[in-house]
Design a binder for this molecule. Structure first.
Ligand SMILES: *[C@@H]1O[C@H](CO)[C@@H](O)[C@H](O)[C@H]1NC(C)=O
Ligand SMILES: *[C@@H]1O[C@H](CO)[C@@H](O)[C@H](O)[C@H]1NC(C)=O
Ligand SMILES: *[C@@H]1O[C@H](CO)[C@@H](O)[C@H](O)[C@H]1NC(C)=O
Length: 218
């Protein structure tokens, strides 16, 4: 009922505006081709992202870090704030994956005592094939000013008496996984090794260092 009334009205109203509407209409069709193109590209990107995520979850790449042995030949605190240290670690990095290679683009090792950083060391970049283990030697040697409160200094002296020190070594990493010919984006897991290290020298007295597995935080 209202339609029959509206037809002539809308015809009369929109009638004159039809010719000027045509060029925008054509432009809009051109825009829609771009629209469709963008939609397709976006869909492909999202699909690839989901595929990569599914692949990642299915394959779940792994990497394991161990400190196999440690030699602490010097760990002296003078004036309660200057640490002279000489610490050498043998680490094993294991790639347990069957079909995944690992690029270690960056491994920065940082040693700390009671939360105070005292040593830095960069490990040269390397590639590791599947099911392979790489041995790394990391040495921290030098002198560093550290800030310890009285409680921590007492702790230090107690550990000195026991000839065993609680030392943390962290590795800040940048690694990529190689799956077939595909390389993943960089991931930056932090590796934390909580070590209990005997001071070298007095052989008869000291317990031995025990191989320690490090925690990995992706
Ligand atoms: C540090 O200790 C290593 C043994 O782990 C030793 O060979 C080296 O000479 C020491 N370096 C210094 C400067 O004392
Ligand atoms: C591990 O890697 C080294 C160096 O790339 C290579 O010589 C060795 O054959 C590899 N071992 C295995 C079990 O793949
Ligand atoms: C070895 O330990 C004994 C007993 O604790 C101590 O008297 C001696 O000074 C120590 N020797 C060294 C080289 O630290």
């Amino acid at each position: 009922m209202s339609q029959t009334k509206e037809v002539p009205l809308s015809g009369a109203y929109y009638g004159p505006s039809i010719p000027p509407q045509q060029p925008p209409h054509q432009r809009r069709r051109g825009g829609c081709v771009l629209c469709t193109f963008l939609t397709v590209i976006t869909t492909i990107i999202v699909a690839l992202g989901i595929a990569a995520l599914v692949l990642w979850l299915a394959v779940r790449p792994e990497v394991k870090f161990y400190v196999v042995s440690a030699e602490l030949t010097q760990f002296d605190l003078t004036n309660g704030n200057t640490l002279n240290y000489n610490l050498s670690l043998n680490m094993a990095v294991r790639n347990p994956n069957k079909k995944i290679g690992i690029y270690y683009d960056r491994l920065d090792a940082v040693a700390s005592y009671e939360g105070e950083r005292f040593g830095w060391e960069n490990v040269p970049r390397f590639y590791q094939g599947h099911k392979n283990t790489t041995n790394l030697q990391v040495t921290f040697q030098g002198q560093q000013l550290i800030l310890l409160n009285q409680f921590e200094i007492n702790q230090f002296n107690q550990e000195k008496n026991n000839r065993f020190f609680n030392i943390d070594v962290k590795l800040y990493s940048r690694i990529r996984f190689k799956i077939g010919s595909l390389k993943t984006k960089r991931v930056k897991p932090d590796v934390e090794c909580k070590l209990w290290i005997p001071l070298a020298g007095n052989g008869t007295f000291s317990r031995r260092f025990e191989s320690t597995r490090c925690d990995l935080d992706f």
